[in-house]
Design a protein around this ligand. Structure first.
Ligand code: AMP
Length: 352
């Protein structure tokens, strides 16, 4: 029997966990990533060391692979489209296009009947002043593209003078001002759609961020049944609207009355779904591999309550503590250098 190969664009920890899941289902994995010996390549069959949009590298990848997927949302859309002309690429490049620009993303969510924060496009200091005035002086200013983990953001909490030069301070790039959402908690849903159109969603996780970076995901989330139902329903509508294949992560703000406001989507496996590897028989990583390879989706049932904690920077020194805890699954990412805030690993503790 010849083993088939799955291509993964991006060599970080998400690619690493996808490669491990692929191997368990008898797939070979090849990683396209410019940084040699990246976390994903350490556990994969081979690596193409090249830029994500290198035409020769994309052709080489397509020639080896039954299907190509990606582990981060900033894969250049043109590269994904070039590749899609050569071999199947899942999730579809359209999902990258929607997720890469916060303005496009919000408009797309709204077109699916999914509520978001109110927003204005901001392309100048004057736009910013008008937009802030419309929101009573409060709002969250974000770069439209390439922001992650709270980077490229500025929060305005009270009506007052709009800081002169705020637009320039953000780099004079296209921005979006969102209304400041007074949420009670944050949750996310990890859902998957197969090549046959089947959809499966995991239980919503309750997420706590520190300095804009995910700190913990806890299951079950403290939300009512209706709110959980609505979150899964929104994810399903989005997957169908995008004709999506693979796992998607969708983050929401939960208001005091249980109403949901979608914050952002990630067309990939998601940090707030890492708990699934310990608390479900089929993890989000296996689910994604099943989906893109055209295999039947697995059961997303959660068998345990749990809490997933990210190990950032020096938290890696806590590993001996976690290894001594019963029911704690430690997962490390093969990164030699522990810079502050860098995701080094995570641990999921089963609670009951
Ligand atoms: P993001 O990069 O959009 O995921 O934002 C990072 C974090 O900033 C979110 O998880 C929230 O905690 C907070 N945040 C982002 N947008 C808003 C908003 N419009 N209103 C209130 N808090 C926000």
């Amino acid at each position: 029997m010849t083993l088939e190969t799955i291509g993964i664009i991006g060599g970080g920890q998400l690619g690493r966990m996808l490669a491990i899941a692929a191997a368990r289902l008898n797939f070979r994995a090849v990683i396209l990533e410019p940084q040699a010996d990246c976390p994903a390549a350490q556990v994969a069959n081979s690596q193409i060391v090249a830029a994500y949009d290198d035409p020769a590298a994309l052709s080489a990848l397509a020639s080896q692979c039954r299907v190509v997927t990606y582990e981060f949302e900033n894969v250049p859309v043109a590269a994904a489209e070039r590749l899609a002309a050569l071999c199947p690429v899942f999730p579809p490049p359209k999902a990258l296009d929607v997720a890469q620009d916060r303005l496009t993303e919000k408009r797309f969510l709204n077109s699916c009947g999914i509520e978001t924060a109110k927003f204005h496009a901001v392309d100048s200091q004057q736009d910013l002043e008008q937009a802030l005035a419309d929101f009573g002086g409060c709002g969250v200013l974000k770069t439209r593209r390439l922001g992650y983990d709270g980077k490229g953001q500025q929060v305005f909490r009270s009506a007052g003078d709009t800081p002169a030069g705020a637009f320039a301070a953000m780099g004079s790039v296209p921005l979006i001002l969102e209304s400041l959402v007074e949420f009670e908690r944050e949750v996310s849903v990890i859902a998957a759609r197969g090549r046959d159109g089947a959809v499966k969603a995991y239980d919503p996780a309750e997420n706590v961020h520190r300095n804009g970076i995910l700190h913990t995901s806890t299951l079950p989330a403290r939300i009512g049944e209706q709110t959980g139902f609505a979150a899964r329903g929104a994810a399903e509508r989005l997957l169908v609207a995008l004709d999506y294949v693979g796992v998607i992560g969708m983050e929401f703000f939960v208001m005091a009355d249980g109403r949901l406001i979608a914050n952002e989507i990630a067309p990939r496996v998601h940090n707030s779904g890492h708990w699934t590897e310990a608390a479900c028989a089929i993890s989000q990583f296996e689910q994604h591999i099943r989906a893109v390879a055209g295999l039947p989706l697995g059961d997303p049932h959660r068998h345990s309550d749990c809490i997933m904690t990210n190990l950032l920077g020096d938290d890696i020194e806590d590993v001996p503590f976690w290894l001594a805890r019963p029911n704690a699954l430690v997962h490390l990412y093969g990164k030699a250098e522990a810079r502050p805030g860098r995701k080094m690993g995570h641990v999921t503790e089963l609670l009951r």
